[in-house]
Design a protein around this ligand. Structure first.
Ligand code: NAP
Length: 282
């Protein structure tokens, strides 16, 4: 597995496994299968309500802790105030059965962002999180956070796929030492991604599937990817993207698929701010 080096020297696999929308009762099986397929980066969140199942799969895998890279995320309403952030972090660790995290992300750019970040910096300085970062931060919010705090986020996990490639955002992150990580790398199949003719034709040239072309395109751009699947054969295929390379022309063809915006929602849309700020996590 190829790694990226974060701004504090921590090594992170460039390809991992995401567990969003995997029901808790299926998650232990899925993570067990993903670890068997060779994934070592696991991406969960308090809001996914499956941290305990991820933890059980980690425990029963017998894989040494230092070989794994485990990310979870802090939910908006769990956080107001530094004490609540520390409590939410401790609860996530307890559910995962771990004594440190490799990466702790602020899930949304809402609520007490500065209080959350102060507490996360504290967790980082104590070594309880080896790296801290954010998610869903558009350039304006990211830059504000970077310019007004001691510690620069190591990662910004944002919607990134062929229809919304975030090339300029990635450049800004690079300038400030923030690693981009893609969520929804397949756009969850929206816009008929898996049958897209441009992606299919490129795949045929390499003997690879559309999914593999998309993941190769992400890692070739230096974007960390975390595809989700509950099917072992797809898990195996999705990690098998290190034996071919897309040409400059193929990268340019994929760039033409850019629709210029989100296929899900814009975190700057007031309706979304309201909706996400009301959602509570058990
Ligand atoms: P995704 O990875 O873009 O797409 C997952 C979908 O693709 C599932 O329906 C899966 O179905 C299907 N799929 C997977 N591999 C495939 C293949 N080789 N061929 C055909 N279909 C395939 O969606 P995502 O889960 O939303 O995003 C990935 C991860 O990013 C999440 O799991 C989560 O960890 C993270 N995320 C973060 C945020 C955030 O706000 N920070 C938001 C969303 C997601 P099967 O399972 O049936 O194979």
């Amino acid at each position: 597995m190829q790694n990226v080096t974060l701004n504090n020297g921590v090594e992170m696999p460039i390809l991992g496994f995401g567990v969003y929308q995997i029901p808790p009762e299926q998650t232990e099986r899925a993570v067990t299968d993903a670890l068997a397929a060779g994934y070592r980066l696991l991406d969960t969140a308090a809001a996914y309500e499956n941290e305990e199942a991820v933890g059980r799969a980690i425990k029963s895998s017998g894989i040494p802790r230092e070989e794994l890279f485990v990310t979870t995320k802090l939910w908006v309403q769990d956080a107001p105030g530094e004490e609540n952030t520390e409590r939410a972090f401790a609860a996530s660790l307890r559910r995962l059965g771990l004594d440190y995290l490799d990466l702790y992300l602020m899930h949304q750019p809402y609520g007490d962002v500065y209080g959350q970040w102060r507490a996360m910096q504290h967790l980082y300085r104590e070594g309880r999180a080896k790296a801290i970062g954010v998610s869903n931060f558009y350039p304006d919010r990211l830059l504000d956070l970077v310019l007004n705090n001691d510690i620069t986020p190591a990662v910004n996990q944002v919607e990134t796929h062929p229809f919304f490639p975030r090339t300029a955002d990635q450049e800004l992150m690079r300038e400030h030492g923030v690693q981009i990580q893609s969520w929804g790398g397949f756009a969850e199949g929206r816009n008929n991604l898996f049958t897209n003719p441009v992606l299919r034709e490129i795949g045929e040239k390499h003997g690879k599937s559309v999914a593999q072309v998309v993941l190769r395109w992400l890692v070739q751009r230096g974007v960390v990817a975390i595809p989700k699947s509950v099917r072992p054969e797809r898990m195996a295929a999705n990690i098998d993207v290190f034996d071919f390379e897309l040409t400059d022309d193929q990268m340019a063809s994929i760039a033409t698929l850019n629709t210029g915006g989100s296929l899900f929602f814009d975190h700057r849309d007031p309706e979304m701010v309201g909706w996400l700020s009301k959602r509570r996590v058990a």
